[in-house]
Write a protein that binds this ligand. Structure first.
Ligand code: ASP
Ligand code: MG
Length: 455
């Protein structure tokens, strides 16, 4: 079971989490993974920025908030763990003190420091369970999950993780103690701290599920499950009872916030199903994510990403093929770890365009300019063009494969709203149709598509 930040966000929420854990563990062994309390990761990262620019007052203010928030939760749970909280915060301060001195934030120290949020929340939940007479122990996932050294966005090394996780967790499980593992973090083979990317606790939970060969993974959030659309855009959006692994992964990659995009990969091979459930309404069934759907059912959901930017590249010399430009561009983006959302090209001679998140735009352009510096300097490639007033809409569903007329209906529905389509992409798996529209038309387009596909 994995509890997200809002499900760990206060004493009251931690009580509920503890109850949900106890209910299940009466039926079978449970391993728990927790996120930091809501907003704490942002607070920790912000604190490190204060340290980097030597803003000691801002730093101290953040540490006060950090301490108050966790002490308040401990008090609300009647726990006498002030010293343990202070110890972890002292560890954070030591790391941040180093950054203050250097005037910079080395990636590996950032990862070590930011994981303190999860260590604090694991401490709270484990201590509370123990105080209620349930054996539980907080476990730092640096002891469990072995990763590559890509700080801030590491990937697990599964064989090593399996061995480590089993060695640490199995004795606890066998002895009837519930392990409360930190989400988000891991460590390299040689013990340097890493994290799995923002929102990475879902990924931690799936990594540990696979490593331990779990029967199921339950992900507790603050929404009722995976929905047919963002309910803030589409009031009639509803919860899907069941989606396939591929659908859920596509939805996550295209902006549905309910699962970290990389979550499902470790589970595929072992066929471990996932439940996405609401800890604020645990009686609701939630969404079940399964390897294969019993019946595939056309378009399932429409997701959207509002803040994205469209980057276009165009060869400007007859002697240079678009394939070359594409290869160069993608190679440099891959090296820079930029996540490309959608790629579209009408022919290899022509321009092609791709989408990145707005907050990755500046870095992306820098990387592209460096990667294509020769071509740009000699005018073989036109200056990189950028459009920031766009959004992405994606229709996802395994059953769309081979369904004639669906794309036509989707485009017609969008054009009926007078929203211009700027780029489209559909892979040959026909699992997703990605559509780039003018940002101001996004909401209308999403509603129109939701209605047209009878979602
Ligand atoms: N606490 C981390 C974050 O905010 C990881 C997570 O919430 O899954 O990104
Ligand atoms: Mg989170």
């Amino acid at each position: 079971m994995k509890f997200g930040g809002t499900s760990m966000g206060s004493a009251e929420r931690i009580r509920v989490a503890a109850r949900l854990v106890r209910e299940q563990r009466d039926k079978r062994p449970v391993v728990v993974v927790v996120s930091a309390m809501s907003k704490i990761t942002d607070l920790l990262l912000d604190t490190m920025k204060h340290a980097e620019v030597r803003d000691e007052a801002g730093l101290a203010q953040n540490v006060r908030i950090l301490r108050a928030r966790h002490k308040e939760a401990a008090a609300g749970l009647n726990l006498d763990i002030g010293e343990c909280i202070d110890d972890l915060i002292a560890e954070f301060q030591r790391l941040v003190g180093g950054m203050l001195m250097l005037g910079e934030r080395p990636a590996r120290s950032v990862d070590e420091a930011v994981a303190i949020g999860e260590r604090l929340s694991a401490l709270l939940l484990a201590s509370f369970l123990v105080s209620e007479g349930t054996a539980a122990a907080a476990v730092n996932a640096a002891q469990l999950i072995v990763t590559d050294p890509v700080f801030g966005n590491a990937s697990p090394l599964m064989d090593l993780t399996e061995r480590k996780a089993a060695a640490v967790l199995q004795p606890l499980i066998d002895g009837g103690t519930i392990p409360i593992a930190t989400g988000f973090n891991g460590a390299t083979v040689d013990g340097r701290s890493t994290t799995l990317g923002r929102g990475g606790s879902d990924f931690s939970a799936s990594i540990l599920s696979a490593a331990l060969d779990a029967a199921e993974l339950w992900i507790w959030t603050d929404v009722d499950g995976i929905m047919t659309a963002d309910p803030r855009l589409v009031p009639e959006a509803r919860v899907l009872e069941e989606v396939s692994f591929s659908e859920a992964a596509e939805l996550a990659y295209n902006g549905a916030k309910v699962l970290h995009p990389r979550t499902l990969a470790p589970l595929v091979e072992k066929h471990i199903p996932v439940w996405s459930k609401n800890s604020f309404a645990p009686e609701k069934p939630g969404t079940r994510i399964v390897p294969v759907l019993s019946v595939s059912q056309g378009a399932r959901a429409v997701t959207s990403m509002r803040n994205v930017a469209l980057i276009s590249l165009e060869p400007a010399h007859a002697g240079l093929s678009g394939v070359h430009v594409l290869a160069r561009a993608m190679d440099s983006l891959a090296r820079g770890n930029v996540e490309v959302l959608t790629i579209s090209a009408s022919s290899y001679r022509q321009s092609f365009c791709f989408l990145v998140r707005d907050d990755e735009l500046a870095r992306t352009v820098e990387i592209l300019e460096a990667g294509l510096s020769m071509e740009l300097a000699h005018g073989y490639v036109s200056p990189i063009s950028i459009d920031r007033e766009v959004s992405l809409l994606a229709v996802v569903g395994e059953g769309m494969r081979g369904t004639q007329g669906l794309a036509g209906r989707i485009f017609t529905a969008i054009s009926r709203e007078n929203v211009n389509i700027m780029a489209i992409a559909q892979g040959s798996s026909e699992l997703t149709i990605a559509i780039v529209v003018r940002r101001e038309g996004l909401e209308k387009a999403v509603r129109a598509v939701h209605a047209e596909c009878h979602l």
